[in-house]
Design a protein around this ligand. Structure first.
Ligand code: 3PG
Length: 305
């Protein structure tokens, strides 16, 4: 079977070597398409692929139409909003993700962004510390749980809300469960977003919600830009000169946000999962899932059931 790795933002070399070793050990063939700049390159490369490994690369109906042999696509990572699941199902293609494999990397970056924000973006003036501050985690999945673990190391008081995770599970992790997202924003000094981009969550982080934060509140986004209501957040930050926003996903209105000098930062490219460890974990998991699918028909991680 031909397995295509198509990554506009490539994996670390060690991860590619590991994926290749896994794929070849199972008697399959690996083809690499890295740093492609045109969709046409992707469409050409996928034409004879039986399986596909991607990161945030978009797999839409056009890609699936071009992929005449494709049986499985694995998103090496957590969020699969870049795959058109209905189109995958219509093309009889199994879509999978690799949950949990890159979550520590994303969680660590939350604190990279957060320390920078509370230290005034290293402007030489007095900042503040995280010890004793209240951290709110919005969605208690794999990343949220890692954020909670690390936050405790900083001595933070940790709160979480998750519409799908029972309060007992949150409390069992030594985290205060709150009743709703409004309460989380109202209670915490810092709120870190870990919700996926779904029809329900898109634009849900709006002025009404962020406006509930106490003076000096910090919003951290390592999830998806689509969950932020950008016009409302821009308006709010103009009104509330105390609020800070740090993000690993550059907003569409980056130029507007950049006017809030000393209160806003975006990485130039999503860096959360961009570590050798996360690439190796997620990439090799994807390769193993593809091998298991071809060998035993295993679809444990299928997301378009
Ligand atoms: C994920 O959903 O797993 C993360 O956002 C990482 O995405 P990336 O592989 O594009 O860096």
């Amino acid at each position: 079977m031909k397995v295509l790795v198509a990554t506009e933002k490539p994996f670390a070399a060690a991860a590619v070597n590991g994926i290749k070793a896994e794929i070849e050990a199972a008697g399959n063939e690996l083809v690499l398409l890295e740093k492609y700049t045109e969709k046409a390159q992707f469409l050409a490369a996928v034409a004879d692929a039986d399986a596909l490994i991607i990161r945030s690369d978009k797999v839409d109906a056009e890609v699936l139409d071009a992929a005449k042999q494709l049986k499985i696509v694995v998103r090496a990572g957590a969020g699969y909003d870049n795959i058109d699941l209905a189109a995958a199902t219509a093309h009889n293609v199994v879509a999978e993700n690799t949950p949990g494999q890159n979550s520590n990397a994303v969680a660590e970056l939350v604190f990279g962004l957060l320390v920078m924000a509370v230290r005034g973006f290293y402007n030489g003036k007095s900042g503040s510390e995280l010890l004793g501050k209240k951290l709110g985690i919005l969605a208690f999945g794999n990343v949220g749980r890692n954020v909670a673990r690390i936050a405790k190391g900083f001595g933070m008081d940790v709160y979480a809300y998750d519409a799908f995770c029972p309060a007992e599970v949150i409390e069992a992790a030594g985290v205060h469960a709150v009743c709703c997202q409004e309460k989380l924003f109202e209670t915490c000094d810092v709120v870190s977003l870990h919700i996926p981009a779904t029809p329900e969550t898109k634009q849900s982080i709006n002025a009404a919600l962020v406006g509930k934060m106490k003076k000096g509140g910090v919003l951290v986004n390592t999830a998806r830009k689509e969950v932020i209501n950008e016009p409302e957040l821009i308006k709010l930050m103009a009104e509330r000169e105390d609020l800070k926003f740090v993000t690993d996903i550059m907003p569409d209105a980056n130029d507007e946000f950049a006017k809030f000098e000393g209160r806003y930062f975006s990485t130039p490219k999503k860096m959360g999962a961009q570590t050798a460890e996360a690439n190796i974990n997620a990439g090799i998991a994807a390769a193993k899932q593809i091998n298991a699918f071809f060998k035993d028909g295993d679809t444990k991680f299928q997301v378009n059931k």
